[in-house]
Design a protein around this ligand. Sequence first.
Ligand code: ADP
Ligand code: MG
Length: 370
Amino acid sequence: MASIEVRNLVKQYPGAAAPTIRNADLVFNDKEFIVLVGPSGCGKSTLLRMIAGLEDITSGDLLIDNQRVNEVSPKDRDISMVFQNYALYPHMSVYDNMAFGLQLRKVPKDEIDKKVKNAARILGIEHLLDRKPKDMSGGQRQRVAIGRSIVREPKVFLFDEPLSNLDAKLRVQMRTEIKRLHRQLDATMVYVTHDQIEAMTMGDRIVIMKDGIIQQFDTPMNLFNDPINKFVAGFIGSPSMNFLEGEIIRENGLLGFKSKNVLFGIPDPHQAKLAGHVGKAVTFGFRPEYVYDKAVEFTRHLSQDVDITIDVVEPIGSESFNYFHFNGNPEPTFCFRTSTNTLYKPGQVITIGTDIERLRFFDESGERIA
Ligand code: ADP
Ligand code: MG
């Protein structure tokens, strides 16, 4: 149906000090579910609106199905967009809200009827077709807004934070529904969110943006395991990756990481990569998932012993988040997760190591170096 390609795309709003989108290069494949994610103000909506044709392109090219569409008007792009504020017509029934766009296009009445009923069936809102938007819940209204897109059978669906107005539980339910819809409709979808969990759970591939610059574009698991920089490493994952500032030192020919009273040898796989950073400030990053209690874990290849003190334990049922500080380095609080088979007590001192394959290091600019 539709691939999307942006080449060296730039958006400069008149009067803005800096470009909002800087030299974006991306290729979305036909039928992919793409998520654009990043902090508020990073340019997600701007990029999406440029794809939709609602925002002029300052420079660069936008291609849909290999056709340059920079100057093609929104209605001729065969794209449909769902917004956070679903903007339904309050005085019209659900049926008419969905049918309206097709009526404007002079689609025959029986064809409209078929399309509206089919969309309603897919979304499970057949019983609501006579209702007015004001008599429905947020989730039902959002389904109608999506239904309005479906009836147009566009090549591409664009979503701009469509679930932000819904409560947490409904958001989780709707994100599954939208994924199911994606499979059913077999269409290309580009979905904007600021929520990394939403991004990770929904995206075939995810574009991570910051300050108008694309940081990394990859699958959820690659972003999690192989972040290109400290920003991506910290943005993806919940609880977040732990960061500890320190420096690389050399002792007896071997490299170590030193931070206040925390000191451990750099394991083999990272020695070569960090050799050029001796004496330099680095950030050591490790995920809560890959920290192990040395008294419990014997099979894994763990980094050298480090003593920590548990500060706070949060059992959430399936697992516990354990917040701790390194002994001799009381400042920041770090986190590791365990199954609830192991329940620690605040104040408890334990010895940990982290999976040596999973250690991450970043230089002062935030680039990943190991
Ligand atoms: P996001 O969707 O990631 O939150 P936006 O794309 O809405 O970000 O905005 C990115 C930046 O561009 C923000 O700094 C915002 O203030 C600015 N911006 C958005 N729309 C306009 C506009 N019409 N005119 C000028 N600046 C804008
Ligand atoms: Mg936005």
